[in-house]
Design a protein around this ligand. Sequence first.
Ligand code: ATP
Ligand code: MG
Length: 257
Amino acid sequence: MSDVEVPESHPRYEQLLTRHRIEDGVEQGITSPQGLIAEGRGEAFDYLLGERTTESADRAERAAAAHLLLADHPVISVNGNVAALCPEAVIELAEVVGADLEVNIFNRTDERVHAIADHLRDHGAGEVKGETADARIPGLDSERAKVDADGIYDADVVLVPLEDGDRAEALGAMGKTEIVIDLNPLSRSPRMAAVPIVDNIMRAVPNIIDHARDLRDAPREELERIVAEFDREAALADAERAIREGGSAGESMLDGE
Ligand code: ATP
Ligand code: MG
């Protein structure tokens, strides 16, 4: 889709590819201009993390897979950045764990909701929720409160990649188990989450899929043990330390645990 050629040998190939996907998303009307700013912030944090999945983030991704497999009704929330960056991966994750996909965006317009839903269907998604918007999350202003009654409103576990802090808080207040993917460990969204995943969504979602495949046939007790042993405070502290101390220092710190 992108008309910009990035040679694979470029040292920052992955990051440039990611950036072009967001640009394309804006051009196609699925990503809002605000999404460009979110992308820039994410890139800065990813650079400081060393553009890798830390061991601590990997543990969070395994806990996320266990939560999604244990859930009665898991839902994966998809916004304009997620749809532009990794449509295939979120569709595959939904299939592997039996989750619904729901379009849920910060700057909501019906036009953009339909464009994102169409984009997911073009990439092979079956049912995509979010276009009905017949329920409201309590405590949020009207546009940002809209969800589907048989989607996020009914979910027990929600994966909200790159969610904004207010909505993360409101979903938590509804008693939902929230899994947040966000490269900034100081942002309110991951701090509200039962499972904060401080990693790039481009690496996080494929890794959650791998863990989910690995755990799919595991006994319920093992999944419950993984969930119980996960320490959200430690995950946030590990991520902050890795960022403050620089990529390689953070890694040796984690290795030495
Ligand atoms: P709040 O504290 O209310 O959450 P905020 O300042 O974090 O506000 P957001 O709109 O949540 O504002 O910012 C977008 C977030 O998404 C940033 O924290 C950024 O690091 C993160 N982000 C952007 N791109 C990615 C990505 N590819 N993978 C993971 N996280 C990303
Ligand atoms: Mg945030």
